[in-house]
Write a new protein. Sequence first.
Length: 79
Amino acid sequence: MCLAVPMKVTELLPDDKAVVEADGISMEVSMNLLSNFSVGDYVIVHTGFALELIDQEEAEKTLELFREVARTRETSPEL
């Protein structure tokens, strides 16, 4: 199964790269597949690449669903 995660752009780097963050986890990703992005934007990240821009509301909804799944797995590991 593949999973793409919404993350917030926190820093722009040279060579079409950026630092992104979600829930305290930061990573450097390639922004080669996107244009017209800036610090504060949310992007969908998969395997080190930002695949598309996503609005903040949708990003936060998705991140909350991920958190809910994680909480459920903590209390019910058999799932």
